[in-house]
Ligand binder design. Structure first.
Ligand SMILES: [Fe+2]
Length: 328
């Protein structure tokens, strides 16, 4: 039986819509993935080219050269193998120098096997500190009211700092404009990640009127600890990340052409609160007074991460899976 079929059959028994059914189930999938080779998924030629690959190529993710004629290497390709409400299986084929930016897997367990090539991996886990909320868990109506209040307060601060003849009229116009703008932004965008949209409305002025420990301010950047910052070269073992450990937030940079086989359970689903968010490092912050880092973590080990949009040059194309057909 093809290894990929064996994997699929095992996934059906090992995963539920809430994720892996047991630790043994994860180990079972890990053992199958450990055996997985490029030839098992129709990538023998690509793996061969990767082995013969010499030296860096400039550019990233399929963008054209500045003169529009010199193409950069091909983009990252995603080969889709399967997706259901319990799990998804796919392969990221990355050209050298391409980057998959820092992103999360909320509430998910992910098993990854590097099939060929080398890459750099950096991963983090959130540090659980009281008062630092997961933006996806923020209560939207409360957040909206706080945001409105902050924007109004910030506007009052602007108005009272300048000389004007007719404060009431100006105040009312400003308020109306800001509230209308906020509502327009919120209602004009996809509702897949409302907290992010709120965050984009929170400008520096509004932020300045909130105390340092205000929850709304704190969700802008969350503390995380570095779990891994290393190179991986195939052949190597399968890695597993869990909802709150093992480096749930990670990024990759391909050092050579490489392919990463991923099994996710449960799969991403915005409807179920499992939206893929992207992050960047935020300026270091002081912990609010009275807050202590969990034992074993030095304050200097804390990295602050904030939501961001993926870079413009992050492009993933759908590739064609040429391996054995999976019988479902
Ligand atoms: Fe990932």
């Amino acid at each position: 039986m093809p290894v990929v079929q064996k994997l699929y059959d095992a996934c059906k028994d090992s995963f539920s819509a809430n994720g892996p059914v047991s630790e043994e189930a994860i180990e079972n999938i890990r053992a199958i993935l450990d055996q997985m080779k490029p030839s098992n998924v129709g990538l023998e030629q690509e793996a061969q080219s990767a082995r013969q690959w010499k030296g860096p190529i400039n550019g990233t993710n399929g963008r054209k050269g500045h003169n529009g004629r010199l193409p950069y290497p091909p983009p990252i390709k995603y080969l889709h193998l399967h997706e259901c409400d319990k799990f998804s299986i796919g392969i990221f084929c990355m050209p050298p120098s391409s980057i998959i930016p820092l992103h999360n897997h909320p509430g998910m367990t992910v098993l990854s096997k590097l099939l060929y090539g080398s890459l750099l991996v950096k991963s983090y886990d959130w540090i659980d500190l009281p008062g630092f909320n997961d933006p996806s868990q923020v209560h939207i109506p409360n957040m909206f009211m706080t945001l409105m209040a902050a924007r109004i307060l910030a506007s009052v601060a602007i108005i009272t700092s300048i000389e004007v003849e007719c404060i009431p009229n100006m105040f009312m116009s400003l308020m109306a404009a800001r509230i209308l703008a906020s509502v327009a932004i919120i209602t004009s965008t996809e509702v897949e990640c409302i907290p992010n949209k709120f965050m984009s409305l929170m400008d520096e002025e509004s932020l300045s009127v909130l105390p340092p420990s205000h929850p709304l301010k704190l969700v802008l950047a969350r503390p995380a600890r570095l779990v891994r910052d290393s190179e991986m070269t195939a052949p190597c073992g399968t890695t597993v990340l869990y909802p709150t450990s093992g480096g749930n937030i990670h990024c990759f940079k391909a050092l050579t052409p490489c392919a990463l086989f991923d099994v996710l359970s449960p799969p991403y689903s915005s409807e179920d609160g499992r939206h893929c968010s992207y992050f960047r490092r935020a300026p270091k912050r002081e912990l609010p007074e009275g807050t202590e880092a969990p034992c074993g973590i030095e304050p200097s080990e804390i990295t602050w991460l904030e939501d961001t949009q993926p870079p413009e040059n992050f492009v993933v194309w759908r590739g064609v899976y040429k391996g054995p057909i999976i019988r479902r």
